[in-house]
Design a protein around this ligand. Structure first.
Ligand SMILES: Cc1ncc(COP(=O)(O)O)c(C=O)c1O
Length: 439
């Protein structure tokens, strides 16, 4: 059988490290190389059709090749604008953005989430005159030095939950930057208060995903976010919600609308432009105005407000504006989660699917995790067996058990039927692996 992906990998491996442009795409025995995408489907270099459950790491909420978004992009290309200047369109997009996020006053666009979060940290430092940031254990917010602290951390080296040791999530980080980050557990208001109160006058900013989606869709406990809001208010700390995955997705106004807690600053990306490269920093007017020239930290970027991304964003936000897409997609994700639980029970396997907005994830554990440590302790062998079976059935998933998957507006009955079949095969594969191991 032809295997163009294997052949491309052989070529790519000579010119591109690991043959991929983002390490999360590395696969054994080789990554996939795709040619086209439409709706929930990808077609690989051999012409084989795959069901996409990664959907641009949660960015492509309307499905690939969405007609309104693609038309808007084509029109933008025809207008001849690219980047490096402002456009009338970028003003319209900012207005449309803030109409849907009425809790925040001003917005600025960047290209990637990493940049947006990095801008927010500089702004928080400038506004408070403090140096350190506090972040949640295990949370991913991008790849820069501070952000990669305690990401996918080895909990056996990370101290106790009362006093989490900050760990570099990758080599190459500056030790002093790593040591400076205060790491707190998700969903644990009491411990977070204790830790922050010990160092409050050094902390510029508390950074978290309001729903911890990046390690597998973990919702906040009641009152947790409101408690963090009060904690930050008591100590003059900037509360920064990373809404890269929740923004425009779990509700038009994002997680802050869903849970009724307004941060000082928030970062966006992903669903914002249905897969075109765009991110944003938004927030309170007094803070955001500090990024104006000469007032505070620099805010610059050649591709900021790029004409193509702005066009994609305008079309996407118009589709998402009335909240009906979010409802359709969330209902679909919730139905899938219910079915998954049924399949798990019939197979006699401890497994749960968590869902929020378009995001879903499957954990092989007897209950839904509530924080990084409980997510990190799931049965990884079961996850690997399940995902291998999915892949054999033509479903694209992520090999890391601490990741997330998504349905989209384009995941119709045919796509979900194909997924159901693959997932049932996945449970059978786990049962078989356990039987072979004599478990
Ligand atoms: C919650 C969250 N924050 C930030 C980022 C970083 O965004 P980007 O990959 O656009 O730099 C990601 C990316 O996966 C993310 O999921």
């Amino acid at each position: 059988m032809a295997n163009a992906s294997a052949q491309l990998y052989e070529r790519a491996g000579k010119v591109v490290p690991a043959g991929v442009n983002s390490n999360t795409r590395a696969r054994s025995p080789h990554p996939f190389y795709f040619q086209t995408a439409d709706g929930p489907w990808l077609r690989d270099a051999d012409g084989r059709q795959w069901l996409d459950m990664v959907m641009g790491n949660g960015a492509v909420m309307l499905g690939h090749n969405h007609p309104q978004v693609q038309d808007a992009v084509r029109q933008a290309i025809d207008r001849g604008m690219t980047t490096g200047v402002e456009s009338a369109l970028s003003v319209e997009v900012a207005e449309l953005f803030l109409d849907q996020v009425p809790t925040l006053d001003m917005v600025r666009f960047t290209n990637t989430g990493t940049e947006a979060v990095q801008h927010a940290l500089q702004l928080a430092r400038h506004a408070t005159g403090r140096r350190r940031i506090a972040k949640v254990e295990g949370a991913y917010h991008g790849w820069s030095d501070e952000l990669f602290v305690s990401v996918w951390a080895d909990v056996t080296r990370a101290g106790t939950v009362n006093n989490i040791t900050p760990l570099a999530g990758t080599t190459g980080l500056r030790d002093d930057v790593v040591d400076d980050v205060l790491v707190v557990p998700f969903n644990d208001l009491e411990r977070t208060e204790q830790r922050i109160e010990q160092a409050a006058d050094e902390i510029a900013c508390l950074l978290l995903e309001p729903v911890m989606i990046d390690i597998g869709v973990i919702e906040p406990m009641p009152d947790y976010l409101a408690g963090l809001r009060q904690l930050c208010d008591r100590h003059g700390i900037v509360l920064l919600f990373d809404e890269l995955l929740t923004g425009f997705n779990v509700a038009p106004g994002g997680a802050q609308a869903r849970y009724g807690v307004t941060p000082d600053l928030a970062t966006y990306g992903k669903a914002l432009a249905n897969g075109y490269p765009l991110a944003a920093l938004a927030g309170r007017e007094d803070l955001m105005r500090m990024t104006e020239p000469g007032k505070g930290p620099a805010f610059v970027g050649t591709f900021n407000g790029h004409a193509i991304s702005m066009a994609a964003c305008q079309a996407t936000l118009r589709v998402l504006q009335d909240g009906s897409v979010q409802k359709t997609v969330a209902d679909r994700a919730a139905t899938l989660a219910g079915q998954f639980d049924g399949w798990a029970k019939s197979a006699g396997i401890d497994a749960v699917m968590t869902a929020c907005g378009s995001h879903v994830h499957w954990f092989f554990a007897d209950r839904s995790p509530t924080d990084y440590r409980s997510a990190a302790s799931v049965d990884r062998a079961a996850y690997a067996a399940f995902n291998t079976a999915l892949e054999q059935a033509g479903v694209v998933t992520l090999p890391n058990p601490l990741s997330h998957h998504a349905v989209s507006l384009a995941h119709d009955v045919a796509a979900l039927d194909r997924l159901a079949e693959a997932m049932e095969a996945g449970f059978a594969a786990i049962a078989e692996a356990r039987a072979n191991a004599g478990a």
